[in-house]
Design a protein around this ligand. Structure first.
Ligand SMILES: Nc1nc2c(ncn2[C@@H]2O[C@H](COP(=O)(O)OP(=O)(O)OP(=O)(O)O)[C@@H](O)[C@H]2O)c(=O)[nH]1
Ligand SMILES: [Mg+2]
Length: 422
């Protein structure tokens, strides 16, 4: 199809503001959207990165107030493995398909250099699956199970000494691919004053190393205030527990120690409530959107460019997908033709070479045959000579034999004559 030239007037001349004389009804669009979304249900995918036994599963149980029945990981795996489990949750009439991806064996290897590789590959693989679905002629995106990671909770070990190099390297590798939220795990093991210093140290280290963690959005005025306050509390120091204790007349999630009780949902004990508020109650949709519009878009751009597609040609002029395809197709055909010619030429050369080889072999064979023939003739001649010599010798022998016999006879006769005389 040839491109059609259509003159488009500038945007400002096209738009006219009109006043409606009565109620039309499109003000129900947001409600329609809500109803449709609720009907379809939502998908949210969390990745938990953190060393073995750092409280990842316990925190997930605490966040979603359920028991995901995850099993502890072994410490002895030679490589990091990613394990995804999907759950169907429902709250009121809202269904949530939640996938929790665990990084089994993270940080357990002696050589930790490749610890992040499996994670990066996993995130890319989910983007690639989505891209392949999107590129299909017959797409089924509405029913497609989107497995792209919407948030990555990075569990920091509560050492009080700042980040480990594996933390920095891993978060740096991921910050352009996923929304990274660093959290200090098992925060009940660190004192209040140490925690503040630890937090500032982590923030400074992240900044100095250019790691871009996810920031709660401040452009939506309904949540901008709470989000900007929460941004200053990052990294959240969290505690998880599967145990409940009675406080007043309420059962609350808590960890009991000989010296006291730590309540998971008590804001003066830890930042668990802040994390839940930000992750689930305020910014879940923003993370889903950023994953699609920022991280996936970046991946898609890179991949399409790798495949040879671009929005502009070599002269920086806009180029359509179809034009790129046509150019690629003709280039491909040209390449194919060139390859065919090369192969044909190569074939001719090979045939010639083979012919020469065969001729050489034939010549050698002839030479061998001639030599053999000559050897045979020589041998035959030799044998013939020997036979002749032998025959001559036989003749000579026979002649001599006859001579001797004759001589013998005449001697005998002579002897006989003498005796007669006597
Ligand atoms: N002190 C303290 N202990 C915790 C906390 N959260 C979990 N734990 C304990 O840490 C241990 C490991 O917890 P898990 O939740 O299984 O840790 P995990 O990171 O999922 O472990 P793997 O899946 O095996 O890597 C358990 O004994 C938990 O009770 C916490 O906030 N503080
Ligand atoms: Mg676990």
């Amino acid at each position: 199809m040839a491109p059609v030239d259509v003159e488009v007037p500038p945007m400002e001349n096209q738009l006219r503001n009109l006043v409606l004389s009565g109620h039309v009804g499109f003000d129900s669009l947001p409600d329609q959207l809500v109803s449709k979304s609720v009907q379809n249900g939502f998908v949210f995918n969390i990745m938990c990165i953190g060393e073995t036994g750092l409280g990842k599963s316990t925190l997930m149980d605490s966040l979603f107030n359920t028991n995901f029945e995850s099993v502890p990981s072994p410490h002895t795996l030679p490589t990091v493995k990613l394990k995804a489990h999907t759950y169907e949750l429902q709250e009121s009439n809202v269904r949530l398909k939640l996938t929790i991806v665990d990084t089994v064996g993270y940080g357990d290897q002696i050589n930790k250099e490749d610890s992040f590789k499996a994670i990066v590959d996993y995130i890319d693989a989910q983007f690639e699956n989505y891209l392949q679905e999107e590129l299909k002629i017959k797409r089924s995106l509405p029913t497609y199970h989107d497995s792209r990671i919407h948030v990555c909770l990075y569990f920091i070990c509560p050492t009080g000494h700042g980040l480990k190099s594996i933390d920095l390297v891993c978060m740096k590798k991921l910050d352009q691919k996923v929304n990274v939220i660093p959290i200090i795990a098992k925060a009940d093991t660190i004192s209040k004053t140490e925690l503040q210093k630890f937090k500032s140290k982590i923030v400074a280290e992240l900044q100095n190393n250019g790691v871009h963690i996810y920031e709660f959005p401040v452009d939506d005025e309904t949540v901008s205030e709470v989000n900007s306050t929460m941004n200053s509390h990052i990294p959240f120091a969290v505690i998880g527990s599967t145990d409940f204790v009675r406080v007043g007349n309420k059962m609350v999630r808590a960890r009991q120690y000989p010296w006291g009780t730590v309540q998971v949902e008590n804001e003066s004990h830890c930042d668990f409530v802040k994390l839940r508020e930000m992750l689930i109650r305020t910014n879940m949709e923003d993370m889903r959107e950023k994953t699609h519009c920022r991280h996936y878009e970046l991946y898609r751009k890179k991949r399409l460019e790798q495949m040879g597609f671009s929005d502009v040609d070599a002269d920086n002029k806009p180029i359509s997908f179809q034009q790129t395809f046509e150019t690629k197709r003709s280039n491909h055909l040209q390449e194919l033709q060139q390859k065919e010619d090369e192969m044909r030429q190569m074939f001719v050369v090979r045939v010639k070479e083979k012919e020469a080889e065969l001729k050489e072999a034939e010549k050698e064979l002839h030479a061998k045959f001639d030599k053999l023939k000559k050897d045979h003739t020589d041998e035959k001649k030799k044998i013939e000579d020997s036979r002749k010599k032998l025959e001559d010798e036989v003749v000579e022998f026979n002649r001599r034999k006859a001579q001797y016999q004759q001589m013998g006879t005449s001697h005998h006769t002579l002897t006989l004559g003498k005796s007669k005389k006597k």
